[in-house]
Ligand binder design. Sequence first.
Ligand code: NAD
Length: 435
Amino acid sequence: MRISVIGCGYLGAVHAASMAKLGHEVIGFDTDEKKIEQLSHGIPPFFEPDLQEILTEGIKRGNLRFTGDISALKDASVHFLAVGTPQSQESQAADLTYVQDAIDELCRYLKPGDLVVGKSTVPVGTAEKLTEAVKPTGALLAWNPEFLREGFAVQDTISPDRIVYGVPAGDAGRKATTMLDEVYAQALVEGIPRITTDLATAELVKVSANAFLATKISFINAIAEITETVGADVITLADAIGLDDRIGRKFLGAGIGFGGGCLPKDIRAFTARAEELGKSSSVAFLKEIDAINLRRRARAAELTVEALGGQVVGKKISILGAAFKPNSDDVRDSPALDVAIRLRSLGADVTVTDPQAIDNAKRSHPHLNYEASIERALVNANAVLLATEWSEYKNLDPNWAAEVTSDMVIVDGRNCLDSIRWREAGWRYFGMGKP
Ligand code: NAD
């Protein structure tokens, strides 16, 4: 298939390179010239495992190109829309201006029979509106939400756990389905489930999935607030309830909560859309999910203050992690940086380290101190706070760390360290939701 991808960020760049890996002829377009320049030279503009490899392979093979000229998309017949839908500056709703601008521009080059495929996460009803915009060109519009996880994005794109098509009714829907089946032929041969539905259901599948995941994380974090009040242990509790296969252990990791460019803004946009639909009470609980999540960031800062005896002015605190999750350099709404800012505002001397995300963190939070080397970040620390569960931090040797820091105080914001090992090495260990 001749495919174009509009918007080459965390989703789009991976999608373009993965589609080329599957043998399609792909052209990626973005309005960010620097990104296009980097991608054209096979340089990923962000850190994502395996992306570099498939990017260079595609460019070398000649079936993957990037452009800043949207007219170059006219030869493609399937156009994936992967632009951002961030939270609006003025409200909790999604900002759809990037989607609208991209469609307006694209419409100038669409041909009858082309298929526009939305991948961005949008409020329900968006696809129907965009269908009207696309109609005069004779092109069709479908919605194919994306479920990739940053850190596993290439694997998740090439071999997703399900594929959802939202298509219009009748012949148009059958045509869109046939074209999408050709795009995803390899995954379908492998037996990956494909669910075909209407546009609104497809849009809602994505936001509901994220709302559920956010709810699961905030559920266990709410329980953590209780366990830490009564001296119980949230990890043992999660292990025990997680053994019930109706519940499951995944996403029951109590800690400093979720962040990133999706979950927080998606639950807020869902709430805003439900309000517009006159159904605010249906998802009113998502406001509480958001509030619980933000409280855990405050709690991590408070726990660090308690660990340091009640005040942190002038105390050196080393924060391990800036990215919102491991194996990513994405710092959008990162809990790690939020906790770092809170501690800094209390007068602490905060140093942040991260294996990949320092450049992005410096751009978004230039006033924080950064150290690329974990050793230099830990020097003379009065407390260490693990904020992103990179494997190098999970596997940190407490004896080695003790030689570098000033005091042996560790706050495990992700409950991912072996507390017994750290305590045996002489550290005062503090976990989230633990005695
Ligand atoms: P991003 O900010 O990394 O990328 C968006 C890209 O779109 C940027 O490179 C930007 O320059 C480009 N862009 C903006 N306006 C454009 C236009 N008019 N024409 C062409 N390009 C334009 O965002 P992202 O994380 O890739 O997310 C994109 C969408 O995918 C969002 O709706 C998000 O919710 C959804 N999504 C993201 C993920 C993820 O893990 N990042 C997963 C599933 C869904």
